[in-house]
Structures are given as structure tokens and as C-alpha cells.
Ligand binder design. Structure first.
Ligand code: C2E
Ligand code: CA
Ligand code: CA
Ligand code: CA
Length: 276
């Protein structure tokens, strides 16, 4: 039994060491990924429930690691945030998304995820202004998606950041709504244009007796009252489209309308839509 215990202990410490090593290695690889051209953006359509047309795309970062292949942003964004690399990566995302959106029709928006770390940096408004100017896209076409994580620091500076960004004319969306702790307080003062209803509420919502539909309905009512749009995320099947539309959500995003796809594919999708 003693031997087993030691074995188990050694197993865990070796495992943790391997984890720390691979994490450090990932961090090193992330450090050069922008200059290596290892990132690209994938774009997922956002569809209006009123018109059933694509009104915008969310830009989602993709990393093709030289040996590991595709690494999920869910795995490397936290590492980028903890190591400070998110600033450079986030700048690349913002500039690239604006440049690629400049090739789309002028009424199609682009949404970009902004880390709470970026949001806490007073230089963010200048970066946004610069990305808009270099790409030439209208500020109203750019939507910044932020999570409740931005409120965890001082509310004072987040107020100023909201003001500065709204002053530029970009749109603000509250991402992953409902997954944090006290979301309602944030909605009172923050100037969001849109609430993104987390996909965990969409999952199963179309099944009878599921309580998610009631929660979505409540969020939509709240958003309507506050003059905000709503996007339901993670919509995968036609039954969910029907339900979400009936519940009054203004927008839908999910595999049912398209998986995140490379920029070239977006041009094909939009070309097809224009022809309709
Ligand atoms: P998110 O912002 O909530 O993005 C939505 C995620 O849901 C994406 O995962 C998307 O591919 C996935 N998704 C979309 N439709 C469906 C669906 O119908 N079913 C299911 N099961 N999933 C769907 P992805 O691309 O792996 O991104 C994961 C997270 O990584 C994002 O969650 C976001 O928090 C973060 N992320 C991605 N790109 C960036 C970025 O450029 N900057 C920052 N800071 N974070 C990013
Ligand atoms: Ca998002
Ligand atoms: Ca989300
Ligand atoms: Ca999420």
C-alpha cells in the first residue's frame, strides 16, 4: 500500500511537471505565433430573426500550432491572458477583423472578442480608433464583445472605458450572459447595445418542459426594456430557430446557420446572399 501511495504521488508530480512544461512551451510558442502567421480568424454568421439574413459575423481566433495542429482558443486564450500575450494577440485580432470586414458590404457588421485584460488597458480606445482608420470601416460596423469579467476590477475605470468606446461609435455586446454572478447590476449602467445569451441556455430549450425557454424569455424581455438587442448563441437545430424567434430574440448565431469559416468563405456566403 505504501508503494502504491508513493507511486500515485510520483504519478501526480510527474504529471503536474509535464503540465507545467507543456504550458510553458505553449506560452513560448504563443509568443511568436503572430509573427509566424500561425493565427487566422474564422467568422461565424449572425442572422436576423426578422429577415433570416446574415447581418454580421463574429471573428473567432484559430491557432495552427506547428506540431500540435489546431489548438482551441478555450485552451490558449487563458494562457495568453495570464502571460500578458493577449495584448499583442488581441491587437492582431482587432486589426485583422477590421481589415477583412472592409471587403464586405457596408451593412455587414463584425464582432470581435475583447479580453478583460485589454478592456482594462487605457490604450484600447486608441487601438480601436487606429484599427478603424486603417481599415476604413464605419465605427458602427464594429461590435466589441466583452464578458462580465471586465467588471471584476474597479468599476470606476470600466465606466470611463465604456464612455470612451461609445464615444468612438462602436457597438458593445455583453457576451456569455447568464454564466457569471451578478449580471443584472452590470446592465443598469453599462451602455450595451446587445446581450448575447449563452449557449448553455439554448441547449435543450426546444424540448418540452425545459426551463431554459422561460429564462431566455426573461432575458429578452429585460433586453427589450433596456433597448438592447439579443443574440442567442449555439443554435444548432431548426426547432431551436423556431423557438428563439418565438421568444423574441433579435439575432441567432450557431451551427444551424454556419460554423466559423475562413475569410474567403465569408465572401462566398455574402456573394450568395446578395444574389437572393
Ligand atoms: P465565445 O465568444 O462564446 O464564442 C462562441 C463559441 O461557441 C465559439 O467557440 C464557437 O465556435 C462556438 N459555437 C458557435 N456556434 C455553436 C453551436 O451551434 N454549437 C456549439 N456547441 N458551439 C458553437 P470557439 O471558437 O472555440 O471559441 C471559444 C471561446 O474562445 C470564445 O467563446 C471566446 O471566449 C474565446 N475566443 C475566441 N476567439 C477569441 C479572440 O479573438 N479573442 C478573445 N479574447 N477570446 C476569443
Ligand atoms: Ca464571443
Ligand atoms: Ca459567447
Ligand atoms: Ca463562451
Amino acid at each position: 500500500a505504501k508503494g502504491d501511495g508513493r507511486g500515485i504521488h510520483r504519478f501526480y508530480s510527474d504529471d503536474m511537471l509535464a503540465g507545467a512544461k507543456s504550458r510553458k512551451q505553449l506560452e513560448d510558442d504563443l509568443r511568436t505565433a503572430v509573427s509566424d502567421g500561425a493565427f487566422h480568424l474564422a467568422y461565424q454568421p449572425v442572422v436576423s430573426t426578422k429577415t433570416a439574413r446574415i447581418v454580421g459575423y463574429e471573428a473567432l481566433i484559430r491557432w495552427t500550432h506547428p506540431t500540435r495542429g489546431n489548438v482551441s482558443p478555450a485552451d490558449f486564450i487563458p494562457i495568453a491572458e495570464e502571460s500578458g500575450l493577449i495584448e499583442g494577440i488581441g491587437e492582431w485580432v482587432l486589426r485583422t477583423a477590421c481589415l477583412e470586414a472592409a471587403r464586405w458590404p457596408g451593412d455587414i457588421r463584425v464582432a470581435v472578442n475583447v479580453s478583460p485584460i485589454q478592456f482594462a488597458n487605457p490604450a484600447l480606445p486608441a487601438l480601436v480608433t487606429s484599427a478603424l482608420a486603417h481599415s476604413g470601416i464605419a465605427p458602427g460596423r464594429l461590435e466589441l464583445e466583452i464578458t462580465e469579467g471586465v467588471f471584476l476590477d474597479e468599476t470606476q475605470s470600466s465606466d470611463q472605458m465604456f464612455k470612451a468606446l461609445k464615444g468612438i461609435g462602436v457597438r458593445l455586446a455583453l457576451d456569455d450572459f447568464g454564466t457569471g454572478y451578478s449580471s443584472l447590476g452590470y446592465l443598469r449602467n453599462a451602455p450595451f447595445d446587445k446581450i448575447k445569451i449563452d449557449q448553455s441556455f439554448v441547449k435543450g430549450a426546444a424540448q418540452s418542459g425545459n426551463r431554459n425557454a422561460a429564462i431566455i424569455k426573461a432575458i429578452v424581455t429585460l433586453a427589450d426594456t433596456l433597448g438592447m438587442e439579443t443574440t442567442a448563441e449555439g443554435v444548432e437545430i431548426q426547432d431551436e430557430i423556431d423557438l428563439i424567434r418565438d421568444l423574441g430574440c433579435s439575432h441567432i448565431q450557431g451551427y444551424v446557420y454556419g460554423r466559423p469559416a475562413p475569410a474567403d468563405e465569408v465572401l462566398v456566403q455574402l456573394g450568395g446572399q446578395a444574389g437572393i
